[in-house]
Design a protein around this ligand. Structure first.
Ligand code: SF4
Ligand SMILES: [Zn+2]
Length: 465
């Protein structure tokens, strides 16, 4: 089937990592631009493959290129609502191709091609052909598929603009509904290939943490493939509406996490927060010194007020772990009226990058908009304290009431550049920890500190008796 493809194509290569030493070129990612988009269209010429811009053989070793991947599909039973779910499989199916590594989704994609693949004659044309075959195999309702690969900057720039409009339309649709309006949520297990105990719970108010799949998308996916990785969860008994705890969601997470996670609070970072696989768009993290919550997104390059960047933060809470005080989330969830509902929503947020604040500003209550500092206002927890006191942020009442005055745990050592590689994402070898120092938060007087540790483990279970 893949006879004319010069590299092997198989699920066994899904966990393959292409590190800087054996990389030929990088595509998209934080130092360039890129996007992927699946569209249901009419008149799709089956098997058509186009490459606009330099082919792999014309690229220069070590360089970084823009990258666009446009996939048009046609089929009698294909609905527009299936686009997101099919698009989310691009990640997995690209990684079947030996010598090609794909991370993230939408306009956050980040890919690499190995030197070995290039030397064997691998081209984008082969990537597109492989994907055409794999997609038709995975989704028999796709009758025709055509794929365009773009590596020319102008083309990719235009394509990203178009793709972003489509992403926004999909996201906006999900805002029509809230959790109370439905009896059914959805579970997604697509990321269990690298986070075996992780299950996303997708509700109208909580778009999946990868930001790529909303409740409507899940509904369409579960309808065409009820035994697939996306399935219905009847909400069952409402245990706590504010936190977003439901009996059947708990039962589903217990079963699908193989007993690792017993409860999930959909709208809180405390107690039993939603687990995180690794492809979240942002992380919400508790800052005990100010009893508030910070948010950091994947694109933010600086350090958070905790003194560590996004990548180190991601290392602490990815891999399907439930870590109190941390939760991965999508940027769209920050537009939901239920955003961290149980914790006080934006009334509890005391730091976020300027870029994110600007993008969700209209969803932040007006009276709070100038009370939440960004990296342009503050650089440390002490500066946050000063800022929120001056602006009378609502958390100061909490601080006063609780008289929180605990010593600040400092992380003084610089985080190694190794994180630039951001290898924390979607790998079978996802490090449990890879930082100069981390303190795993745990209530009940227990704190575990790793120094200069790089730990790989199939499973780490820390239980408090
Ligand atoms: S992040 Fe969640 S919703 Fe997105 S593909 Fe992975 S498991 Fe599914
Ligand atoms: Zn994931």
């Amino acid at each position: 089937m893949f006879g004319d493809i010069p590299v092997e194509v198989s699920p066994m290569y899904e966990g393959e990592r292409i590190r800087a030493a054996n990389m030929f070129v990088e595509l998209a990612g934080p130092k360039s631009i890129g996007a992927e988009l699946v569209q249901v269209a009419g008149d799709v010429e089956d098997g058509k493959v186009s490459v606009i811009g330099p082919e792999i053989s014309e690229m220069v070793k070590g360089e970084i290129y823009p990258f666009g991947l446009k996939i048009d599909i046609q089929g009698e039973k294909l609905e527009k609502e299936l686009e997101s779910v099919i698009e989310r499989r691009v990640h997995e199916l690209c990684n079947y191709v030996k010598g090609f590594m794909h991370l993230n989704q939408r306009d956050q994609i980040w890919c690499r091609i190995s030197t070995e693949a290039m030397e064997s004659g691998f081209k984008f044309e082969h990537l597109a052909k492989s994907l055409s075959i794999l997609f038709k195999e995975e989704f028999p309702i796709i009758e025709s598929i055509s794929i365009t690969v773009m590596t020319k900057k102008e083309e990719v720039t235009q394509f990203i603009e178009m793709a972003r409009e489509k992403y926004t339309k999909r996201d906006e649709r999900a805002r029509e509904l809230s959790d109370e309006d439905v009896d059914v949520f959805y579970g997604c297990l697509m990321c269990q290939s690298f986070a075996p105990s992780h299950m996303c719970v997708v509700t109208p108010d909580r778009t999946a943490l990868c930001g790529a799949i909303n409740w409507f998308d899940c509904r369409a996916a579960a309808k065409i493939d009820p035994d697939g990785p996306i399935f219905e969860i009847e909400k069952g008994k409402v245990i706590d509406a504010e936190k977003g705890e439901y009996s059947n969601v708990n039962a589903a997470i217990l079963e699908k996490s193989q007993g690792t996670t017993e409860r999930i609070f959909i709208h809180s970072v405390f107690g039993h927060p939603h687990t995180s696989c690794g492809c979240f768009e942002a992380v919400a993290f508790y800052i005990p010194e100010v009893d508030g919550i910070g948010i950091v997104n994947r694109d933010f390059k600086g350090e958070t007020p905790l003194g560590i960047p996004f990548s180190a933060m991601a290392g602490q809470c990815s891999g399907g772990k439930q870590v109190e005080g941390f939760t991965g989330l999508s940027l769209e969830y920050m537009r939901s009226p239920k955003f961290l509902n149980a914790d006080g929503g934006y009334g509890r947020v005391i730091w976020m990058p300027k870029e994110i604040k600007d993008s969700v500003l209209e969803f932040i209550p007006e009276e709070l908009q100038d009370k939440i500092p960004t990296e342009e206002d503050v650089n440390s927890i002490n500066e946050i304290k000063k800022f929120i006191y001056e602006r009378e942020h609502p958390v100061i009442d909490r601080i006063k009431n609780a008289q929180v005055d605990e010593p600040v745990e400092q992380v003084d050592e610089p985080v190694e550049n190794e994180f630039e590689e951001a290898e924390y994402g979607e790998a079978s070898m996802t490090p449990v920890a890879m930082v100069p120092e981390i303190a795993i938060p745990a209530s009940g007087g227990v704190k575990i500190i790793f120094k200069n540790a790089k730990i790989y483990a199939e499973k780490v279970i820390i239980k408090r008796k």
